[in-house]
Write a protein that binds this ligand. Structure first.
Ligand code: NAP
Length: 268
């Protein structure tokens, strides 16, 4: 019986695929083009999703795709419907970006209040996935880092002048190392948990302070990082203070969600 990882060519999906293979899953992973070891699928094309899932007949489907509305919202619904059709366990990856931001941490009971199109699409996906498969696991997570994440690349690019822009001092998140998140997804897949679960790191930190930690871990001068307020970044409406309350995850997961002091380090 196979494990189908939709979006296995992506940052998180590739680590989930590697960990799943290492723990004995027979993994089928997808990308949009099907290059390398991945098989092609376009989640915006129902026939493509149906053909893949009916051929693979997976026991487990993990949806780690990311894209525009048709990918993040419609595509998530399509993957859920086709997973249900073959009786597969479904783990869907969601985001903290569906919250508007406030000083108090968000629990799983907090309904989405998106301020961005991305947040709205991911909120729509949660509604669709939960309606199609009430037994599915929906994991709300925060900034994912480790190795070559876009967040780490941005810090390096800002420092060496390859990127313009800045890191925001007033956008608070709970970053999680990609290895911890991947392990948590696989543990949840193997559990009886259903519904929404917050899975994020234990530290709430601004994007600016997170960037400074990344720079220092590489021996770089963190004082050179351009920082500023989100409203001055010209990126449109974005949630500011979004902290995920992970007390439920910490009671049910064996996977440890490690603090930044242990996980932000220079690449090996
Ligand atoms: N990165 C973060 O900090 C973060 C934070 C919170 C939540 N999340 C969530 O975590 C998940 C993984 O994020 P990520 O950063 O790993 O994403 P990513 O690196 O951008 O990977 C996205 C994946 O989706 C696939 N994809 C895009 N359009 C598709 C389509 N039409 N049909 C099928 N597959 C398609 C991509 O395939 P190709 O490689 O072929 O393009 C790729 O495998 C997403 O659900 C995201 O919303 C991410």
């Amino acid at each position: 019986m196979s494990t189908l990882i939709v979006g296995a060519s992506g940052f998180l999906g590739s680590v989930v695929a590697r960990q799943a293979t290492a723990t004995g899953h027979a993994v089928v992973g997808t990308s949009t083009t099907g290059s390398g070891v991945w098989v092609p699928v376009d989640v915006t094309d129902r026939k493509s999703v149906r053909a893949l899932i009916s051929a693979v007949r997976p026991k487990l489907v993990i949806n780690s795709t990311r894209g525009n509305w048709r990918v993040s919202a419609d595509g998530a619904a399509t993957v859920a419907a086709e997973a249900v059709a073959v009786g597969a366990r479904l783990v869907h990856v969601s985001t903290d970006a569906l919250h508007a931001g406030r000083p108090a941490p968000y629990t799983e009971d907090d309904t989405p209040t998106p301020v961005s199109l991305y947040g709205a699409a991911k909120a729509a996906a949660e509604t669709a996935v939960a309606a199609i498969d009430p037994s599915a696991v929906i994991v709300r997570t925060s900034l994912i880092f480790g190795g070559g994440s876009s967040h780490e690349t941005l810090v390096l690019d800002l420092l060496n002048g390859r990127s313009s822009g800045m890191l925001f001092t007033d956008e608070i998140r709970c970053p999680i190392h990609v290895e911890d998140l991947a392990a948590a997804l696989l543990e949840l897949a193997d559990s009886r948990f259903s519904g929404i679960l917050n899975v994020a790191g234990p530290d709430a930190v601004s994007r600016a302070d997170f960037g400074r930690m990344i720079a220092r871990a590489r021996g770089l001068d963190d004082s050179k990082l351009p920082v500023g307020l989100s409203r001055d970044g010209g990126l449109g409406p974005r949630p500011l203070d979004v902290r995920l309350d992970t007390s439920l995850a910490r009671t049910i997961l064996r996977t440890r969600l490690r603090p930044l002091a242990e996980t932000v380090s220079a690449p090996a």
